[in-house]
Design a protein around this ligand. Sequence first.
Ligand SMILES: Nc1ncnc2c1ncn2[C@@H]1O[C@H](COP(=O)(O)OP(=O)(O)OP(=O)(O)O)[C@@H](O)[C@H]1O
Length: 747
Amino acid sequence: MQLSMSDFIDTAPGLFAVVDSSLKCRTASPALRAYLGKDWQDGDQPSLFACLTPQSADRAQAAIDAVLAGGTCPDEVPVEYGDPARRQSGRLDAWPIASAGADSLIAVQIRPASPSDGLQQRYQELTELSDMILEAAGDAIYGIDADGRTTFVNRAATELLGWKPEDILGKLLHELHHHSHADGRPYALEACPINAAIQNGEVQRVDNEVFWTADGDAVPVEYTSTPIIRNGEITGAVVVFRGIRARLEAEQQLEKSYAELEAHKRHLEVIFESAGEGVYGLDRDGNGTFANKAAIELLGWQLQQVVGGGVHEMHHHSHADGSPYPRSECPVYAALRDGEVHRVDDEVFWTNDGSAVQVEYTSTPILTDEGEPDGAVVVFRDITERRRIEAERDEAFVRIRELNKQLEQERDYLREEMDLTVNFGEIIGESAALKQTLSQVRAVAATPVNVLILGESGVGKEMIARAIHAASDRDCGPLIKVNCASIPKELFESEFFGHVKGAFTGAHRDRVGRMQLADGGTLFLDEVGEIPMSLQSKLLRALQESEFERVGDDRTVSVDVRIVAATNKNLRAEVEAGRFREDLYYRLSVFPITVPPLRERRDDIVPLAIHFINRFCDDLGRERLSITQQQAEELRGHRWHGNIRELKNVIERAIILSSGSRLALDLAPAASPTASRPAAVREADDGFVTETEFRELEKKNLIAALKRANWQVSGSGGAAELLHVKPSTLTYRMKAFGITPEEHADP
Ligand SMILES: Nc1ncnc2c1ncn2[C@@H]1O[C@H](COP(=O)(O)OP(=O)(O)OP(=O)(O)O)[C@@H](O)[C@H]1O
């Protein structure tokens, strides 16, 4: 039986085919047919390519072409074959069956790949992959064999050092680019870490050495040399290296910056530690992070107590008055919440020993890049001393203001007194009685004792009091007068001793009393018999102890005052009647002086009259008038019930009424006030007015002028100018008539 090739192939169990030069299948084994198409018909000649991947087809074509050209098929033509959905690996073999030019037929067999074929291929793939990776790696890589000769170099290595692969492969790596140290000293192979890896089989790591470039430059590198060990035998090493110039420069820069930072930090530390202000830091939770020397010294808390501790609870837990100060209200912590700077200028921080230090402080938040509070720095200063100085200063200001006020009052008072005394400062008189009184004045003035001046109204008791003061060693101090008869009972205490603001209704400001005003001088208590009993004991105590308290004030005021008192009352009788304290009486009347009435010193009348005439004429700016012998006799013979004051008034009236150089003296007894009629009427009727009417007329005239001048006494448009009198004269007359704006101004 003759078997054809077709018969053989049609029954062959493997993948067989006979193809022509264009790879069309003349026949194929059933297994292969299954891959080439289910509709295989006799006469169809499908391409072998139909069961191969395009790459496999290319490789198969190349193999078959080689066979057709008379060559042999390469040993292994790897192909992927089978259903497109499920390709299998195999190997293709081809050999010629017949060579008849274009009719050349080739037998083709595809053998499924054996397991070792898969590994081989995998190995091949991995090798390719690793080559690719090595090639593409950022780090420079060399492979060396066990002799240190280069077997591999990647792109990064050639780029870094400039050696081309052909310059380097097969050469001793060390000699090529590792022959010298950075400073040019030779680098022995025995000392070379790359070489060490292939000598001792251990990985070598080097941080900073140089590799030499093809151009002879030194490139600083870090590298590892890792031995390749196969079957326990060192077959070479892999050297992985990278240039570190940029790193070294960055490190140098970093070192420099670090050194600068250190210097800056030391600088800040010096400032921080030597700052007079206390400084401490808080983290975002309000716990202490640091404190400077001043803070520790000021508050006594140790650094280890502050750091990590709740600073508020430590030294800011209470207000100055001891009331609790919750953290939620604390401005230091507010900075942590709102990110704002908080300044406080008067609070207390508590020291380690429990005492309070007055401080001013600033809490400044430390903000993150996002502007969130991440902590705070608190700078504080002990202001105890400053506050003490401020308090002293304020107190001094108050004292100065008080003194100033006191001085002003004193000045006003003295000015007022001056007006009264300048004109009547001299004691006029030649009578023996006056001389005796004055000798008593001289005798007592030099002593510190209290004096009680007795005498009828208007005899000159005040003048005597002033003379005592003037002749005493207190003459540089003030002479302060209190007219005890003119002070409302309820104001006595305040008038004498002063008061503080708010001591009673109407006490709108502090007031210095007469007693204090008289400190260092003399206090003249006129009409001393009028002092109410209720005040007498306090006055006595003040006189005994030379100290007292102002109304509404706890503080004691000490004074050095001499008392000269005067009265026209029989003070002894007042004591006996129980209206005057006996002890006060004795304290006041250590040295009594009695001023005789004018009727007992007639020799003084004419000199006094002349004295008053001259004074008044001078005051009125008119020529001095003289008195006739007859007028002098009239004056001497008159009964002066009102004593010198009456004489003075008579003379004043006479001068006002006088025209020309003759004094119009009128000693007629004053008419009864009830008989008086309006002056203008009397004048029209009779051509004269009575004494009382005249005084009334004068008073009205003064009031009218004052009203016209809107109660301005002196200066341009003042009442004195309207009346053609000196302001001091007008002031005197206003006092004499008891004219005050309060009482006489129109409602
Ligand atoms: N010897 C004198 N020389 C000059 N003027 C005198 C003399 N004595 C008294 N005067 C004047 O007489 C007036 C009354 O005097 P003074 O006020 O001193 O009397 P007094 O006794 O204190 O009166 P009173 O009892 O009413 O207080 C005053 O204007 C005073 O200046």
